[in-house]
Design a protein around this ligand. Sequence first.
Ligand code: SF4
Length: 679
Amino acid sequence: MRYAETGFNLEIDLSRGNIERVETDPRDTELHLGGLGTNAKILWDRVPPEVEPFSPDNLLIFSTGLLCGTPAIGANRTIVTTYSPQTLLLAYSMMGGFWAPELKYAGYDKVIFRGKSPNLVYLWINGDKVEIRDASHLHGKGPLETAELIKDELNEPKVQVAAIGLAGENRAYYASIEHGRSSASRLGVGAIMGDKRLKAIAVRGTKDINIARPAEFMELCNQVLEYIKFRQENPIKGVPPILASLGSPQEMTLRDEEWHTTSFSWGHARRRRKDFWTKEREEKWTRIQDKAVLRLLSCYNCPNKCGATISYPALGSPRYMMKCYSKLTYVMASMSDDLEFGFKIAGQAQEYGLDGYTTPQVMAFAVELYENGILTDKDMPGFPPRSPNGSDEERFFWLLDKIVRREGIGDVLANGVYWAARQIGKGAEAYDHNTTKKHEQMVIKLGMLNPIYYLMYGTGEKVNITQIEGQIPQAPFPSQELREEFVRDWIQVPTGKEERFKQFIMEWGDEGKVFPYYPPADLICDLVEWQEMMHYIDDATGVCAGLSSFPLKPAYHIHNYPAFISAATSIDIDEDGLWEIAKRNRTLLRAINVRRGLRGKDDEPPADHWRRRFPEYEAKLKDEYYKFRGWNSDGIPTKETLNGLSLDYVGKDLEERGILGDGKAEGALKTSTGEGSEK
Ligand code: SF4
């Protein structure tokens, strides 16, 4: 009997209209757990590096995590994995909500799509009955409207739907997949879904999931629930309110926006407005938010209400779900002072199916090019003037429509800042200042280099820092009392690292113990690894990072995770074993990207993320980290490292391709505009 997982994947060939239920290999679960880990294994095995993102041979995998659908609190992530049209590397984007548990209850761990449908279709999974259905009547519809129409036509109000909007249908590189209560929005997974002519996946399931040792498992779940309650009642002291609790940052209840509006950059990630937040603004924004937030929402089996239904009389779009920083991304990029504008445009963009993080950055980039004469009225006929309040609100609505339809300049901007800059030319590349590995990054600009974030930004495979960071405070605690209080019950620290990590917190900020040359490189490597490993465990189990790898002092950690996994699956695993799986998954992702052309020179944060940079020290740090990870000086995992993680077949492949060995082989990726992906 298989426990926690169903042991079956659905394989859908959209070119032929073929549907198969395929039993999976339990050995893969032991080696990679599930979710992102097994997705990576499938992509390695089945998609050669020469395959372009918009090729029918690219796979699009919707996966549950190993613990999804079990009573584990917050185990609800759907992990969508494919090759990104934006970075040309592996993309993995995740969404919460209810979709993944429903797929498990339908009897499947993953749905794997290959090929391309000749017409727009949707997949209807109703337990054992699975069919590909015509979706021509859904063409151009928003994801939320699509979900409602599908529920009506199937007469199944409880069905869970993941869908794309017009942006995905038109293959905008930052198109999202929306699921009512969450979205998989980074790295263009919606564009791949649109390219496959797949409008939506509707799923309904009523089967049970087997748990190996149910009583033990429920006891662990109760402990996590109790801890969440404790943390809700005892927020961390000495950090900004947004970082003090568990879950996705609690933007929907938070009214104090001083931290975001004064620390993050405005416009095209250029300007700080340190005096923006005033009492009057706080009162005005509070009134707007109170009117807009209809009710707070949780994902499946989680007590934290991180999201909210947004309903605003001024909205031209339907009610939608919002969480986290998307409340402010459009406001700040457009230099607007008006939160109402933010709610309005975010709703419209979501119904188009666009990533709320990248989209405003691309639009601010276009505005900057226009203001500097690189884009002109000839390129953008009808582009509105600046709004009377000095913001770019009207321009943003104009650009949004062009991008989503790929009309005129929108066809170029729909490819994201990196590619658009190279297509536009005329010096536009110089304005591509906030991407890493061709992808838009956090709009935060700081003074002094943070060596921990330098490594996380540069060497991470996920691109977006929020999926790598967590657990370490972003700044030293200002007093000895706060430091002592923080380390007193810091139980999440890995075994053997307690003293050093606690000493770091106790000293950090003292004279001589400040960035960039503090802490020592070996400790930096340990801290970065810890943060990364916890994310890789979450991504394999399907547990929300908001309860585990992302916040300070989370509910799930390296000490209780093995017991969860063992009790759920009957796989005998301890902390070391789990760490090794996380390392294996992390290394496999690295190898996939290396096979697609990633090299050490690509491992760099955005050029001006910090004002004070230290090129020699940074190079040394990166080198230390590569050694720590068992990678060579070009960021490629060595054969010994791969063999030690039971990834011998990866080393052999890299050797045969000349990537390992003499090190002379060039990457498989083409890097000039338009060549990386089929149009
Ligand atoms: S912590 Fe928030 S984002 Fe995470 S599962 Fe719970 S409600 Fe969803």
